[in-house]
Design a protein around this ligand. Structure first.
Ligand code: HEC
Ligand code: HEC
Ligand code: HEC
Ligand code: HEC
Ligand code: HEC
Length: 202
């Protein structure tokens, strides 16, 4: 088994199961307030501010408030990550599962509701993208126990998702400009995973 060579402890399956939400987050405390919290306004301002590192998205979506303050699991929104090649970004329907009930005073939620009424998707700009000639499968990594943060950094603290220098582990363990071949191969080598060209190329 690979576990013996696992220098970085990626085989810890508990960390991943901890990310899988058992059920939809409890909506009750979220619905309680008719007006959104000051924190929600601040989070929205931070994610729409061009000065915050990262792209200004069509809707100012803030991971810190959703994933940390309200503890919504990554897989609640990125629900294909453990099943498919692509992690996928949640549909407007997933957002409206909560925001049909609250948040209507927030500009971002109003923009979202307009898209919902018009049956339009959100035109999110993608941040991580590999060239077509590379094979990558989220599910293989997630099933193995590689956490999202090992590749994407501490997204749950971010006002905007951005490629970031590693602050938790080692600088070479996170891609800070784009996901490069050397980054994939380093982790594969350290963990005794295949480094054959055809593992990652067609
Ligand atoms: C499980 C429930 C839930 C889901 C799903 C959800 N949200 Fe939220 N959202 C919240 C809560 C709770 C707040 C904070 C409300 C408060 O503090 O008053 C919030 C705040 C916001 C805000 C203001 C802060 C910010 O992030 O800029 C926006 C905009 C927003 N949500 C957009 C979205 C979008 C877009 C989606 C879908 C991708 C989504 N939400 C999915 C619960 C949810
Ligand atoms: C409430 C829904 C929601 C939750 C919970 C959530 N995300 Fe997201 N995520 C989104 C949306 C919407 C986008 C696209 C907008 C953006 O980039 O912020 C996104 C984008 C991303 C991206 C960038 C995708 C790209 O364009 O390359 C990553 C990486 C990501 N999320 C990781 C995570 C991780 C890790 C967690 C858990 C800590 C998480 N997300 C929790 C809704 C969510
Ligand atoms: C082994 C590294 C790795 C792990 C672990 C990982 N990702 Fe990714 N992620 C990537 C790469 C590389 C891309 C770009 C994929 C592409 O362009 O085909 C990406 C893309 C994404 C995207 C953009 C949409 C897409 O599917 O291309 C989202 C959202 C995302 N990841 C969320 C997550 C979440 C949530 C987790 C944890 C449950 C996670 N990722 C775990 C490396 C990783
Ligand atoms: C943080 C460590 C890590 C990073 C970074 C990483 N991988 Fe992996 N990768 C793994 C592990 C561990 C496995 C083994 C999973 C298994 O055995 O099921 C794996 C398996 C794979 C597989 C399946 C191998 C097979 O034998 O079928 C492919 C394809 C792959 N990775 C591609 C990539 C690409 C492309 C990148 C960079 C964009 C990447 N990986 C980045 C750890 C990583
Ligand atoms: C673990 C996954 C992985 C393995 C193994 C791998 N590659 Fe790559 N390779 C990538 C990724 C990811 C990219 C895209 C990097 C980027 O966008 O900069 C890439 C890019 C490339 C490119 C284009 C480079 C450029 O600058 O345009 C070539 C050529 C290439 N790989 C050849 C190889 C050869 C030859 C092997 C075997 C010796 C190999 N790769 C093994 C992941 C891998």
């Amino acid at each position: 088994m690979l576990a013996a060579g696992f220098v970085f402890g990626l085989s810890n399956a508990e960390r991943v199961s901890a990310q899988v939400p058992a059920a939809a987050p409890a909506a009750a405390p979220m619905q309680a307030a008719a007006k959104s919290s000051q924190r929600a306004y601040d989070a929205q301002a931070a994610s729409s501010d061009p000065a915050t590192p990262g792209l200004v998205q069509p809707i100012p979506f803030n991971h810190a408030i959703h994933a940390t303050d309200f503890k919504i699991g990554c897989l609640y929104c990125h629900s294909d990550t453990d099943k498919a090649r692509m992690a996928g970004v949640p549909s407007v329907e997933v957002c409206m599962g909560c925001h049909a009930q609250f948040g209507g005073d927030l500009g971002g939620v109003q923009a979202l509701t307009k898209l919902w009424t018009d049956k339009q998707p959100v035109a999110w700009d993608q941040i991580y993208r590999l060239p077509e000639y590379v094979k990558f499968r989220h599910n293989r990594h997630v099933a193995f126990g590689v956490t999202c943060q090992r590749c994407h950094g501490p997204v749950e603290t971010m006002d905007k998702v951005q490629l970031t220098k590693d602050t938790i582990w080692w600088p070479w363990l996170l891609p800070s400009t784009k996901p490069q071949m050397g980054w994939c191969i380093d982790c594969h080598r350290l963990n005794q995973v295949s480094q054959d060209c055809l593992t990652c190329h067609y």
